[in-house]
Design a protein around this ligand. Structure first.
Ligand SMILES: [Zn+2]
Length: 139
């Protein structure tokens, strides 16, 4: 070996467990119900038909999204996959986060952070969480 070469040891690991799907584990995925004014529809259309014209804003959002089991999933900055929710679902999630089983009447920004940690996403989540916490009568 030439003298100017640096020798490095590369660790090679093998993952022995098969994927979650082949192990037969249950995944809590409900097929999404889309209404006409759903914010997810333009993104899904952009993913399914990338050659069709769409808004630049939609194309940029679609870069971080993928379809999984009929649901729209978004990848966060720290590589966590978050399920994209429609309005009926995210209203329920905000209610549970603020005053339900995991709720301690947090402020909007903390709520938004928590909901992302739980693995949910929607396009206007920061604004909606702040509005929700401001509108809480118990707070
Ligand atoms: Zn409250």
């Amino acid at each position: 070996m030439p003298e100017d070469c640096v020798q490095r040891i590369i660790m090679v690991g093998k993952k022995s467990l098969p994927s979650v799907l082949t192990r037969g584990m249950e995944i809590d995925v409900n097929s999404a119900i889309f209404t006409e004014d759903d914010w997810r529809i333009p993104i899904i259309n952009s993913l399914q038909y990338p050659t069709l014209p769409s808004e630049k804003r939609v194309r940029i959002m679609a870069l971080n999204c993928l379809m999984w089991n009929g649901d729209l999933v978004r990848k966060s900055k720290d590589e966590v996959f978050m399920r994209c929710l429609g309005k009926k679902e995210y209203m329920k999630v905000m209610g549970e986060t603020h005053e339900g089983i995991c709720g301690a009447h947090q402020g909007g920004r903390k709520m938004c952070w928590l909901i992302r940690r739980y693995g949910y996403f929607w396009s206007t989540m920061m604004k909606d969480c702040i509005d929700y916490s401001k509108g809480c009568e118990a707070c």
